[in-house]
Write a protein that binds this ligand. Structure first.
Ligand SMILES: [Zn+2]
Ligand SMILES: [Zn+2]
Length: 311
């Protein structure tokens, strides 16, 4: 079957939600175009922005790195750099870090690395050991890692002096998160989780998500067609049973009813203004230990570290 767009090459991908059959070249172009349009639609980047992309070494972040490097060429005044947080997870993050570094070198992109060890004095492996020794907390490794990484990425971006922090959340990630919020009984979070996050404190670097309209399987196909190297093993501490169930459900829905992911995404877009209007604006203060913005007087990261007795 020939490509719907160019009519010249054999199609390699049937895009069920649009009915198109695409050759490799046209497919990659449409993905890049989708990212470019998302950036424009949500006004994610200014013409002279210095931006940092958070690169974990996984498929989403590395693929977005390639696409943004391409887009950057159209805007010569935009400066793109990459940042990786080394959580200190042996046999996992060390390998991902190498892959991230290699890809940045290949593209000639400046790469900044920071680590939990450097910022918090402990690696994730050490923190997990501590939680096991103390045996109470009731929190899974992912909870610690998520909170500490969020803080680490923000600190890294702020210290690099960038205007925007790019995170590589795909359409699948975004729709899963939205449904997770509902299932967790925290629907108001949908108001906050947008393609461009509000800056609610000057110490927060604004986060943007240019990949939020690209389905996961298209990210993978793009990486495959372009021969992009990424890390494919999952984190040894990953404990995301609920998210996995939601992922499976959405995958099945998308298979049976093409376009479901986009429909969920758009539904949330429509609900969000009402949710925002109903949420009262939280006033942030500075954490009394580290100075980072927080709702109470101690940020969640410092709270966790104190509970573990390491701060
Ligand atoms: Zn084509
Ligand atoms: Zn703090």
């Amino acid at each position: 079957m020939l490509c719907t767009l160019c009519g010249r090459y054999d199609a390699v991908y049937g895009r069920s939600y649009s009915g198109e059959n695409l050759c490799g070249r046209c497919f990659c172009k449409t993905v890049e175009e989708r990212v470019r349009k998302t950036v424009a639609k949500y006004e994610m980047l200014g013409p002279k922005d210095k931006i940092m992309i958070a690169v974990s070494g996984g498929k989403d972040s590395v693929t977005l790195l390639y696409i943004l490097a391409k887009i950057e060429k159209i805007f010569p005044d935009v400066h793109l750099c990459a940042g990786t947080v080394d959580e200190g997870i042996q046999h996992y993050r060390d390998e991902a870090l190498k892959i991230a570094k290699k890809n940045c070198q290949k593209l000639g992109i400046e790469h900044v690395v920071t680590s939990f060890k450097e910022l918090f004095g402990y690696t994730m492996d050490e923190i997990v050991k501590l939680t096991q020794e103390r045996g109470k907390t009731g929190l899974l490794p992912c909870s610690y890692c998520g909170v500490l990484r969020r803080k680490a990425i923000n600190t890294m971006a702020r210290e690099a002096g960038v205007d925007k922090l790019v995170v590589a959340h795909s359409l699948d990630d975004e729709t899963q998160t939205m449904l997770l919020n509902i299932i967790h009984g925290d629907p108001m979070r949908i108001a906050r989780s947008k393609p461009v996050l509000d800056v609610i404190h000057p110490n927060f670097v604004q986060r943007v998500k240019p990949l939020c309209m690209v389905p996961e399987k298209e990210v993978v196909l793009y990486a495959y067609l372009k021969g992009i190297e990424f890390q494919s093993i999952t984190c040894p501490y990953a404990q995301t049973a609920l998210r996995n169930d939601i992922r499976n459900m959405l995958t099945q829905m998308e298979y049976k009813h093409a376009g479901t992911l986009f429909t969920v995404f758009r539904s949330m877009e429509r609900i969000r203004p009402a949710l925002e209007a109903a949420t009262k604006k939280v006033k942030l203060q500075n954490c009394r230990t580290c100075g980072e913005p927080t709702v109470g007087n101690l940020c969640r990261a410092c709270q966790m570290l104190q509970e573990l007795g390491i701060q």
